[in-house]
Design a protein around this ligand. Structure first.
Ligand code: NAD
Length: 369
């Protein structure tokens, strides 16, 4: 296991410095010349249970970007599991490369690295990784969730993620307008991929007026036809388009000092991970504009809730019921934020950290005695 011999490689001091910023427990660098595997597994926190988080395949320009991404994403998984009441910690993995590097040997070799952590990290699918890829990892390790339905698993988590976002949007509307009804409410969905498409269909079913944007023109056209939606053609118009709810369902960091001043909505609630470019600053900027922001790691937890159910024997009804809990949790978080004059993101973090701290104290106590 080596990082790289290139002159641009990170030195060990800077890696440990990066881990110390958010107190990551462990990072595993994985290298295999035979298959071309170059991967990083990050375990952020295992106080509540084994670290669960998907594996992302991405062509990062530099190794440092891959490390930054996996550290950021694994930390988010800790809070997502904690606030969702799951007995899981936060972890994530990235494989560096183009989708063309995919092979049975590569995923089996990666599965061996996952297995070497003896269950401290459980993997699943993420961007550019399919259920089929996950099942190749399974040939080498049992520490995998997100198997196909035909293999006793829960299948693609995206529809459940979309359902959780839909429940979260209703909670935000309830808080803002006194009614959770979507009838005649305008919702702008950015990104009509697996989650965005399923979300658009749920919203359309409830009578919402939809505005859609995706950089994939064919995909957005198809979803717009199915949901009777209007399409935005120019990405620069997204932030300023008037709507009741803006639902970011593409990539992260879309809420930043450039976009927030332009926003023309009263609620931001979507599936994308890490929507705030800088959590504290951008969360505060939304609050000052009187825009209600649904913390991403809370509202998009449906997929994690769904796959985590495989560990106790998958039951779709139970997973759906647990995902509906996002509605009440989000309302509690919004109320705490208002009472304490903090942002919903800060209130949600507090919620998650309080649970982790309480369990850490019990763990320390039981070890002592
Ligand atoms: P996906 O890859 O199926 O869809 C993403 C879509 O976004 C694609 O159609 C892509 O063309 C589009 N896109 C990319 N950049 C864009 C841009 N700048 N503007 C508009 N569209 C753009 O991914 P997904 O599974 O639907 O996930 C969407 C988001 O939700 C991601 O941020 C993901 O991390 C997050 N998320 C997904 C799940 C899940 O269960 N799939 C769970 C939690 C969080």
């Amino acid at each position: 296991m080596v990082l790289s011999n290139s002159p641009t490689a990170l030195d060990s001091v800077s890696i440990l410095d990066m881990l110390s910023v958010h107190e990551h427990e462990q990072v595993l660098f994985c290298y295999d010349s035979a298959t071309g595997l170059r991967a990083i597994i990050a375990i952020h926190n295992t106080v509540l249970g084994p670290a669960l988080g998907g594996t992302r395949l991405w062509q990062y320009a530099e190794e440092k970007q891959a490390l930054t991404d996996v550290l950021r994403l694994s930390r988010g998984m800790t809070f997502k599991a904690a606030i969702s009441g799951l007995d899981l910690g936060g972890g994530k993995a990235v494989i560096i490369g183009q989708p063309t590097i995919k092979s049975e040997a590569l995923f089996r070799r990666f599965g061996q690295f996952v297995d070497s952590l003896s269950g401290k990290y459980i993997t699943a699918e993420d961007v550019n990784i399919s259920v089929k890829d996950v099942e190749l990892m399974m040939k080498e390790t049992q520490h995998v969730v997100g198997r196909s339905e035909s293999n006793g698993g829960s299948g693609d988590p995206s529809p459940v993620t979309a359902y959780g976002v839909y429940m979260g949007i209703k909670a935000c509307l309830k808080h803002r307008t006194g009614s959770e009804s979507l009838a005649q409410k305008t919702v702008l969905v950015q990104g009509t991929g697996k989650v965005g498409e399923a979300l658009a269909k749920l919203l359309h079913h409830d009578g919402a007026k939809l505005i859609l944007f995706d950089i994939d023109k064919e995909r957005v056209k198809k979803v717009a036809q199915e949901t009777n939606a209007q399409i935005i053609h120019d990405e620069s118009e997204i932030a300023s388009t008037p709507c009741d709810v803006y639902a970011p369902c593409a990539l992260g960091a879309g809420l930043n000092p450039t976009t927030i001043p332009q926003l023309n909505c009263s609620i931001v609630a979507g599936a994308a991970n890490n929507q705030l470019l800088e959590e504290k600053r951008d969360g505060q900027a939304l609050k000052e504009k009187d825009i209600l922001y649904a913390p991403d790691f809370l509202i998009n937890a449906g997929g994690l809730i769904n796959v985590s159910n495989e560990r106790i024997g998958y039951n779709a009804q139970r997973a759906k019921h647990q995902t509906e809990g996002i509605y009440d949790t989000l309302l509690s978080v919004i109320n705490i934020a208002e009472q304490e004059n903090i942002t919903p993101h800060e209130a949600a973090l507090r919620f998650a950290l309080d649970r982790i701290d309480r369990v850490a104290k019990i763990n320390a106590y039981s070890k002592k005695w």
